[in-house]
Design a protein around this ligand. Structure first.
Ligand code: AMP
Ligand code: GLY
Length: 429
């Protein structure tokens, strides 16, 4: 069995780890490939020098190397149509087609879909650059805080929470100017601010059936207590047991995942792959904050180490329409992933700092590499988010967090920055 992973961040390192450790993969003498250079994935996969956006070269590589399954990690190749490209060549791939990936690449599409399918989400209105006056009138008459979201992909930076009209108006002027958000901001939505606790739910689906992986919780803000700038994610814990009640699972399945999959299929946009549901739990009811068309980062680095059943078979089942036959088994364990970042992230930061101590971490901890580079035998920082340090425990989430932090301390690089409170919402209960 030969497998190709597209993407080379922490999420893809975790996918490589999970595929490599699956019995179905291990028992074949197959090869695992990953695009780009991720020194952490090198243990499991051979790196190939093709950009995730070079869809033609990727499909040619897959044909030439008898790839049985390609796993698309990031949203950009999916929104460009990597799945359509592979399917047209008769190749198997995990991930949605371009018209289904729009659930992430257009916030307006996603909100309209939710409206049509009756999925609980914040009330919203959408606007485009040619109705600035209507948008301004809305901003003058609506309630605050107000959430403004650029329509297109914006790497987590296109969501602004405005506390008053002036902030909101400045934001839409910035959206329309195109300076910061390019085409992404030429259309935007304004939606009601929801108060509650966020949880990330991965539904792996073949378009009809799905399985829910254990719930996780991301920590999107740069500073402790969920304060400061929004980032791609500074850490994650799994499972979030307080929300994994039968009642909540029933609500998420029946009010969110099932109606969305059914609606997408009916609209000729069947969604296959991982439907990432970013939810806000408001008074025991789940509301959708966002959908993504892929696994989350850093949630994947916390969720995958807890999957006991064969992960590679799960991905094949999605691509081969046999999810109803897949029996998910989850370990009775806990994980806490702490992201080690470069000081300055999510704004500007320096790269090229030597990383030491990676060989000192212990066996209850897995270090996934997010933004690193290998020169000779040494590893250097090469991104904002550098490493994802996942502690695992079979007793409690606090033990998992303790392991993650003890190991995070052993790893050294200049300007290392990390949040000290990953899991705080679950630990203080
Ligand atoms: P998104 O990219 O849509 O997930 O938004 C980024 C972050 O903004 C979310 O993780 C939330 O913390 C926050 N956010 C987005 N929409 C809302 C909302 N309607 N109410 C409150 N917070 C929100
Ligand atoms: N952790 C948030 C995301 O992957 O979009």
């Amino acid at each position: 069995m030969n497998i190709l992973i597209v993407g080379n961040g922490g999420r893809e390192n975790a996918i490589a780890y999970a595929v490599y450790n699956s019995d179905s993969f291990k028992k074949t003498s197959g090869k695992l490939y990953i695009t780009g250079n991720n020194p952490g994935a090198e243990i499991y996969a051979e790196s190939i020098n093709i950009e995730p956006t070079d869809l033609k070269s990727l499909s040619e590589f897959a044909l030439l190397n008898n790839i049985d399954l390609t796993i698309a990690g990031p949203e950009i190749p999916l929104s460009m149509g990597i799945t359509d490209e592979f399917i047209s060549k008769g190749l198997k791939i995990f991930g949605p087609a371009k018209n289904a990936a729009e659930i992430e690449s257009s916030k307006i599409f996603s909100k309209e879909l939710m409206k049509k399918a009756g999925v609980p989400t914040a009330e919203f209105r959408s606007f485009s650059a040619d109705d600035m006056k209507t948008a301004e009138d809305h901003l003058r008459s609506t309630e605050y805080p107000l959430v403004l979201k650029a329509d297109g992909l914006a790497a987590g930076k296109g969501v602004i929470i405005a506390d008053n009209f002036d902030e909101a108006f400045d934001t839409i002027k910035e959206f329309y100017s195109g300076d910061k958000f390019g085409e992404s901001g030429k259309r935007f939505i304004a939606e009601r601010f929801l108060t509650g606790e966020e949880v990330s739910v991965f539904a792996v689906t073949d378009g009809t059936d799905h399985v829910l992986l254990p719930f996780s919780q991301d920590h999107k803000k740069i500073s402790e207590g969920e304060t400061g700038r929004n980032t791609g994610g500074m850490g994650a814990v799994c499972p979030v047991k307080k929300f994994m009640t039968d009642e909540m699972v029933f609500k998420i399945n029946s009010k969110i995942v099932e109606p969305v999959l059914k609606q997408m299929k009916a609209d000729g946009r069947e969604f296959k792959g991982c439907l990432y549901c970013g939810l806000m739990i408001v008074n025991d009811d789940p509301f959708v904050i966002e959908f993504n068309c892929r696994f989350g980062d850093p949630e994947t680095q916390a969720v995958l180490p807890l999957i006991e059943s064969d992960f590679t078979e799960l991905l094949f089942a999605s691509a081969e329409n046999s999810i109803s036959e897949y029996k998910l088994k989850v370990k009775d364990e806990y994980s806490c992933c702490v992201v080690l970042a470069s000081e300055g992230y999510p704004d500007s930061y320096e790269k090229g700092k030597l990383i030491t101590g990676l060989d000192k971490t212990d066996s209850s901890c897995i270090v996934f590499q997010s933004g690193t580079k290998k020169t000779g035998n040494e590893i250097f920082t090469d991104g904002g988010r550098v490493l994802s340090v996942t502690g695992i425990s079979n007793t409690s989430l606090s033990e998992a967090a303790k392991t993650a932090y003890e190991n995070a301390d052993k790893i050294k690089f200049e300007n290392k920055y990390f949040r000290k409170d990953i899991g705080f919402r679950q630990l203080n209960k």
